[in-house]
Design a protein around this ligand. Structure first.
Ligand code: SF4
Length: 361
């Protein structure tokens, strides 16, 4: 089975107040980072690893010079015989037509824009430096550059958001005809400026957030962007092949600081430190545990709307019995013999999953 390669680009022009991804506003470190990333990719040489996806995530991968993106793709082609989906996350304001043309020529065939909202007050509250016009410009430029696989991110339950403002954002995004859309509920993590400044007081409460999520699912499904995962929607056949690997339990290798891997039955990761990553020449991998257990696979697969076949699990009988009350409550559904969460169930999936756990002997 081919693996996925995730390449973490830990740079942003400035930090958004809600963000707990590992990224730093230290663009002068890019050359040393690139040098180390190349060494790390080369460390996988001659291992017979074949990859069919490459994902540049971040951070803001669109801050990398296009020539370097091309060099990294070339290296991955050599080392991993890479062929397939190559995604790059980009911020609208750093995606000029000339940049998009260059990375398209370099082999990137899927672009994912961190668009989030079209409402100025919401974007300002998030600390995002782009405007609705910058999103339009970036999507049109991507199409002009030849991209036919374009994803947009939208954020839910953000400061000042209402059903009406969300509808405005969703309608705007739908009108841009993306092939894929990711919709994430804002989670205010400890240690972020949003947490310290009690920004939750400006955000919708949990009930309202749940209704914004259900509104999003309905609007996107109606627009032909079909929900396939708790937070992801796509035109048929345009699901993210890379991200699907995480949920169906395929192997992936993470390159760069804070990147996680699941490979040869183990999970391992690089700590969130660019300085340490560079100092160790990319060799500072830490073991996280085993990968591929049944229970873990159940949790991951149930993120997908296609769900799981209970009979493929050793605890399938108990799973079916335990799921019964959730089926009756409308939080789970049976489709083609598979058990899956409904959109209402996704909102409660963490607590339901804990109940689906097999009883200890
Ligand atoms: S642009 Fe994205 S990765 Fe960078 S700080 Fe903002 S949310 Fe985080």
């Amino acid at each position: 089975m081919a693996a996925g390669i995730y390449l973490h680009v830990p740079f942003c022009r400035q930090k958004c107040g809600y963000c707990d991804f590992y990224s730093l506003p230290k663009l002068s470190w890019i050359p040393a980072y690139l040098e180390t990333v190349k060494q790390e990719i080369l460390s996988y040489r001659n291992q017979g690893i074949v990859a069919d996806t490459l994902y540049f995530g971040g951070g803001t991968p669109s801050l990398l010079p296009p020539e370097e993106i091309e060099a990294l793709i070339g290296l991955c082609r050599d080392v991993f015989s890479l062929e397939g989906e190559i995604t790059l996350e980009a911020n609208p304001e750093s995606s000029s037509l000339s940049f998009l043309r260059k990375i398209k020529a370099a082999g990137v065939n899927r672009i994912s824009f961190g668009a989030q909202s079209v409402i100025p007050k919401e974007l300002a509250a998030l600390g995002r430096i782009h405007t609705a016009k910058a999103i339009d410009d970036a999507v049109f430029a991507a199409k002009e550059a030849g991209f036919s696989n374009i994803s947009l991110d939208v954020m839910l339950a953000i400061p000042y958001q209402t059903e009406k403002s969300l509808q405005q954002t969703l309608s705007h995004f739908i009108s841009l005809q993306p092939t894929h859309l990711s919709a994430y509920l804002l989670k205010i993590e400890e240690g972020t400026p949003f947490f310290q400044n009690h920004i939750e007081r400006l955000c919708p409460d949990d009930d309202y957030a749940a209704s914004l999520y259900l509104q999003t699912v309905a609007a996107l499904n109606q627009a032909g962007l079909l929900q396939y995962e708790i937070s992801n929607f796509a035109k048929p056949g345009m699901e993210s092949r890379h991200n699907l690997k995480y949920w169906i339990g395929e192997e992936y290798i993470g390159i760069g600081p804070a990147a996680h891997s699941a490979y040869k039955g183990k999970r391992f990761f690089h700590p969130s430190s660019l300085a340490q990553y560079i100092r160790s020449q990319g060799k500072n991998l830490l073991l996280e545990g085993d990968f591929g257990g049944e229970w873990e696979q159940l949790m991951l697969s149930l993120r997908l709307t296609k769900g799981v076949d209970p009979d493929t699990f050793s605890f399938g009988q108990s799973l079916k019995e335990k799921a019964d009350s959730y089926l009756r409550a409308g939080w789970m559904a049976k489709r083609d013999g598979k058990l899956a969460f409904t959109p209402q169930g996704f909102l409660l999936s963490n607590s339901i999953l804990a109940q689906l756990l097999p009883d200890e002997e």
